[in-house]
Design a protein around this ligand. Structure first.
Ligand code: ADP
Ligand code: MG
Length: 231
């Protein structure tokens, strides 16, 4: 809902106009599912957060000054419960080494998302001076720049346009169950494209936004990482 998004954006924008996972709640507010997670400020709180999530966790540095987290070793996948405290300290150290005056909001402790059955996609938006808000969909993950398998539409998009976007990337067969893989939940993916379309239509102050990865699996979709820029 709009009010919740407004609130989250205002809080985040007070710190910086570049915003990372601290604003993931805006996706949730618009019905784009996110994995269970929390942003914590101490090793003890990280431990508690990890204990409340079943299985191993992913831990990430949260800083408006570090929006490409893996570039500085700021993402740790598959952390077991007894590794959480050390991982917390290590993430903070890495961030400070990278940029001593970086504003550090904490560490995100997040549920693991299954990337065996799920496929990493990217769903994003940037505003073109001529065309307005452009939605981008494609194959995601850390190789997105290398693979460049994406497609674009002007928002707002209809259900039909969102469906077309899904179908026209080169990797569409991958999503539809190539090589004996189970097809991903296409309706959930199409719905997410439309929900992002609605979000950026409702909030012109969002200048650009990336969900990367949006993991699409047979069970639905999950926005695992996001960053945005506000006016
Ligand atoms: P960044 O893009 O800032 O480097 P991400 O949060 O996107 O950080 O993490 C980088 C990569 O780590 C993702 O593309 C994904 O492959 C993996 N990853 C991140 N979070 C999870 C998660 N919750 N479960 C499984 N893999 C994850
Ligand atoms: Mg990412």
């Amino acid at each position: 809902d709009r009010e919740r998004v407004q609130e989250i954006l205002e809080t985040a924008a007070q710190r910086s106009n570049r915003i990372g996972v601290e604003a993931m709640g805006i996706l949730d507010a618009y019905g784009i599912p996110t994995p269970e997670g929390a942003i914590v400020e101490t090793p003890e709180a990280a431990q508690e957060a990890a204990e409340s999530i079943s299985g191993d966790v992913v831990m990430k540095i949260v800083s408006p000054d570090i929006l490409h987290k893996s570039d500085i070793g700021g993402v740790k996948v598959g952390v077991s419960e007894d590794g959480v405290r050390d991982a917390f300290e290590d993430l903070i150290t890495r961030a400070k080494n990278y940029q001593p005056d970086a504003q550090i909001l904490g560490v995100q402790v997040q549920e693991m998302v299954d990337l065996e059955t799920g496929t990493e996609t990217i769903l994003g938006m940037n505003r073109d001076p001529q065309f307005g808000p452009l939605l981008l969909f494609g194959l995601g993950g850390i190789f997105v720049e290398v693979l460049e398998d994406t497609t674009v539409r002007v928002a707002p998009v209809s259900q039909r346009e969102a469906t077309e976007m899904l179908g026209e990337i080169d990797s569409a067969p991958l999503l539809r169950g190539a090589r004996g893989r189970e097809p991903v939940d296409e309706p959930a993916l199409i719905e997410s494209i439309q929900r992002l379309s609605q979000l950026v239509t409702d909030f012109p102050a969002i200048l650009e936004l990336d969900i990367n990865p949006l993991v699409a699996s047979p069970e639905g979709v999950q926005a695992v990482d996001s960053r945005l820029t506000v006016d």
